[in-house]
Design a protein around this ligand. Structure first.
Ligand code: AVI
Length: 333
């Protein structure tokens, strides 16, 4: 495979540093990001830190909530239109999965694809990656499965496939692109253009704009799971960075900003309070908010334009009956 198909250097097997080194570097980056976010105005905390073990567990629970339509709608679209998607992607492809986790959606797609040759799942969770790869090896014995344990927000290297394929298609499900600011989303899609290479494609799940009530209840569920998920970020900062956030003094809030087409998720200080993190002290006034996540909802036209800016040509969109969610297929321009 030509080097220009790999944006992050020549394709080679990923050499992972020892876990201890990864942990220390990751802990330092977490600390720096928390300090920077709490010192900024308005205060923020990056949403990528939601997903420690407890956070990943809570997110899994969110995907099963009656109000959280996103996951089941995307799976429904795959079930109904999977064969059409497979026809658009074509036979003999290499599929590169970004953040595909346990692989529920990828499995539906792989079952429909004609003679897929290579599957490269890229995920930060080593455990999920190992488990899903072992299961997929049994289910798809002819497929060359090459898992990569990496944070796809950062540069990573792709393993050399042992089989020839007709083209590379990146699969990015789950509407995770909605958690990127529009500029960052464009830059990220540009990296995907390079990853897919000439003749390559992108199949991506995107949450669509709709009635605010449907969106707001998905992020303010009646069982309070999203609130626990949001508050777990403070618990994680306490656990890993020796802070002393009192969780009973914070409440979850999520509002839909219709103008910008995004859910804004906050942690709101219930009283005037001080929080210590190692040698740093932060003061919060009652009602003060920390922004923890944006979740953008796109229009079909708006998302096609955003992808075009990155170098993708729109090919197809599949949605559910209520047009809640979209699975888009693009090809490299
Ligand atoms: C991962 N991501 C697509 C979820 C979303 O809907 O933006 C994260 C989430 N935040 C609160 N609930 C779910």
């Amino acid at each position: 495979m030509a080097i220009h198909r790999d944006p992050f250097g020549a394709r080679s097997f990923l050499k992972l540093p020892s876990d201890a080194v990864v942990d220390l570097a990751a802990r330092r980056a977490f600390y720096d990001d928390v300090i920077a976010g709490l010192a900024s105005s308005p205060r923020t905390l990056p949403c990528k830190y939601f997903y420690d073990e407890r956070g990943a567990e809570l997110f899994q629970q969110i995907t099963e909530l009656p109000e959280y339509y996103i996951t089941r709608t995307e799976i429904g679209i795959l079930r109904v239109h999977g064969a059409e998607m497979a026809a658009a992607l074509g036979p003999g492809i290499e599929l590169i999965g970004l953040g595909t986790g346990a692989g529920t959606k990828t499995r539906i797609l792989l079952e429909e694809l004609e003679d897929p040759r290579v599957y490269v799942p890229i995920d930060i969770s080593k455990e999920q990656l190992e488990n899903s790869s072992a299961r997929f090896r049994k289910m798809f014995p002819k497929l060359d499965i090459l898992p990569v344990c990496a944070d796809y927000h950062e540069p990573f290297e792709l393993p050399l496939p042992r089989k020839l394929s007709t083209r590379s298609v990146v699969y990015f499900p789950g509407s995770t692109i909605g958690n990127f600011e529009p500029d960052t989303a464009t830059a990220f899609l540009q990296r995907i253009v390079d990853l897919a290479g000439d003749g390559g494609g992108l199949l991506i799940g995107v949450d669509l704009q709709k009635d605010r009530q449907i969106i707001e209840s998905a992020y303010n569920d009646s069982a309070g799971v999203t609130a626990m998920f949001n508050l777990n970020l403070l618990a994680r900062i306490n656990r890993e960075l020796s802070a002393n956030f009192d969780l009973t003094n914070w409440r979850h809030d999520a509002v839909y900003n219709e103008r910008d087409g995004r859910i804004e998720m906050y942690l709101v200080s219930a009283r005037d309070q001080g929080v210590r993190m190692q040698d740093r002290q932060f003061e919060f006034a009652r009602g003060e908010k920390i922004l923890t996540e944006h979740s953008y909802k796109h229009t079909p036209e708006g998302f096609a334009m955003l992808a075009r800016k990155a170098g993708f040509e729109f090919r197809k969109l599949w949605t559910d009956d209520q047009r809640l969610f979209g699975v888009f297929y693009f090809e490299v321009l």
